[in-house]
Design a protein around this ligand. Structure first.
Ligand SMILES: NC(=O)c1ccc[n+]([C@@H]2O[C@H](COP(=O)([O-])OP(=O)(O)OC[C@H]3O[C@@H](n4cnc5c(N)ncnc54)[C@H](OP(=O)(O)O)[C@@H]3O)[C@@H](O)[C@H]2O)c1
Length: 240
């Protein structure tokens, strides 16, 4: 942690609208909201009729990605833990189907439920998690399917995962897999569209967010660990 942040010549600052609730500048208009937009709109080019799957779906990137895909007319399937989180994202963000991956803890069981939820296959996959979830999605991807690799949180704290597929899987179905990092987005023309479109959606009430606020400096470790336990909803924010 740094104790101060030096700004030179007013560069890299964004003027904010004080009428907008401040936490939104850390969620929807912050790093995770831009990540969701970049992956969903620019990389996956989600369109009407697509079957769109996102995991860590009740999190900061996942809720926004799922909502944007819904606003673009996709059939949206979210993967998260706990029934209450699934019901919440259906109600608040309009997810069409949800899967609690903890009920399907291996490739075989997860593949079966995924096929039930996506009987017509999958067109676009926003991957926050990796591991056996991605193995199962890859088998169900339709022709010209796309994967945006946003994160691989399932093995940030464990051994690397060795996929159950080879790249041969991508050939006949012309599958495109693209990793991305949101900082590359800030210098692209699409970033201005992102800010404009996201503001319109927020103002019209079509894009909402959830914040889990931890209060106090001493809560920083708990806030960080909640990302791995999943013991939170939406964006984790620390209020000092
Ligand atoms: N590429 C980029 O530029 C970029 C930018 C920001 C974030 N990211 C990545 O995007 C992902 C989401 O970030 P976020 O900030 O929005 O976090 P988040 O989704 O708000 O929080 C992480 C969520 O991941 C799920 N999770 C944790 N461990 C898991 C496991 N072993 N298996 C399955 N799910 C697990 C938990 O939700 P459940 O309740 O669903 O288990 C947890 O709430 C992360 O992988 C992060 O590294 C990438």
């Amino acid at each position: 942690l740094s104790e101060y942040h030096l700004v030179e010549g007013g560069k890299n600052l964004t003027k904010i609208d004080p009428s907008v609730p401040l936490p939104l500048y850390l969620s929807v208009f912050g790093l995770t909201g831009s990540t969701a937009y970049y992956g969903t709109v620019e990389i996956l080019e989600v369109k009407k009729g697509d079957v769109f799957v996102v995991n860590a779906a009740s999190g900061a990137c996942g809720t926004v990605a799922g909502r944007i895909a819904k606003l673009r007319g996709a059939f949206v399937v979210g993967i998260t833990s706990e029934g209450s989180k699934g019901e919440h994202i259906k109600k608040k963000y309009g997810f069409d189907e949800v899967i609690n991956y903890k009920d399907y803890p291996n490739f075989e069981e997860f593949s079966k439920i995924l096929k039930e939820k996506c009987p017509n296959g999958i067109d676009k996959y926003f991957d926050n998690v990796g591991g056996y979830q991605t193995d199962a999605v890859l088998k169900l991807l339709n022709k010209n399917g796309r994967i945006a690799v946003c994160g691989q949180i399932s093995y940030y704290n464990s051994e690397p995962h060795f996929p159950k597929f080879t790249l041969a899987e991508t050939i006949y179905k012309a599958i495109r897999i693209e990793g991305f990092v949101v900082s590359d987005f800030y210098s692209k023309p699409g970033y201005l569209n992102c800010l404009k479109e996201m503001s319109e959606w927020v103002k019209s009430g079509q894009l909402l967010s959830d914040d889990t606020i931890f209060k106090g400096f001493e809560e920083i470790p708990n806030a960080f660990l909640s990302l791995f336990s999943g013991n939170k909803l939406g964006k984790v924010i620390i209020q000092l």
